[in-house]
Design a protein around this ligand. Structure first.
Ligand SMILES: O=P(O)(O)OC[C@H]1O[C@@H](O)[C@H](O)[C@@H](O)[C@@H]1O
Length: 218
């Protein structure tokens, strides 16, 4: 296998333990539309962009609102919540970010969240300086589970996909990383719901204290 040259971090559910926040806000917004989703349906949307989520719900439930209106409203709710709350950073992931930089690896955040929200999070946590590139699902055509976001990240970092390691907590994210032919660590986070990470190359638990050396050959 090619030597790893870049580590790509998912944000929600990996850098911060935010999927419970997303689930609560989405449940509230979906309920307002008079729709009830069971948790299995809801878990299947985790890791997808807001656009992909509302396109799906709008077409399944024949909603009259435009996707743009639904997304705008959703973005505002999430932004306001995260701007006014303490952010639950995973310390073990922060260590992996620092270790990546100490080993001169390229680093990126590749998140389905809107760019404005990614910037809010990395600035609030004061970790922006550790990343060479931040990319949002808004900047590519197809949401995770398609590989677009990871392929675009590799292109931007000027490394080939098989030199990238992705850390992901959702089934959609792990599928996207493997579809991009990257090495993928599944980050099993019970707060991200019941996520099937079986296609990942290696699975770690969100509580595990692992070093980068233990998971890749650097
Ligand atoms: O790609 P990431 O960082 O895991 O982001 C996923 C999240 O992105 C958000 O925009 C969605 O509203 C969430 O439902 C979703 O889970």
């Amino acid at each position: 296998m090619c030597k790893i040259k870049a580590v790509i971090f998912d944000m929600d559910g990996v850098i911060i333990d935010s999927e419970p926040i997303h689930i609560e806000i989405e449940k509230k917004l979906i309920k307002k539309m008079g729709i009830e989703l069971d948790s299995k349906q809801h878990e299947s949307y985790i890791g997808m962009t807001m656009e992909a989520l509302w396109e799906q719900i709008r077409s399944d439930f024949k909603l009259n609102y435009s996707v743009e209106e639904l997304v705008e409203n959703h973005k505002k709710e999430v932004y306001n919540y995260l701007a006014s709350s303490a952010l639950p950073l995973f310390p073990n992931i922060k260590n992996l970010i620092l270790e990546s930089k100490q080993n001169n690896l390229e680093t990126a955040v590749a998140s389905s969240s809107p760019k404005k929200i990614i910037e809010l999070v990395v600035n609030k946590l004061d970790i922006n300086c550790f990343f060479d590139y931040l990319i949002s699902g808004e900047q590519v055509q197809k949401s995770k589970p398609y590989p677009d976001i990871f392929l675009q990240t590799a292109k931007q970092l000027r490394v080939s996909p098989n030199q990238c390691l992705v850390i992901e907590d959702s089934s959609n994210g792990v599928k996207a990383a493997k579809a991009a032919e990257m090495k993928c660590i599944g980050f099993q986070n019970p707060n991200s719901g019941n996520q099937d990470l079986s296609v990942a190359d290696f699975i770690i638990n969100s509580k595990d204290e692992v070093t980068l050396k233990e998971i890749i050959n650097i």
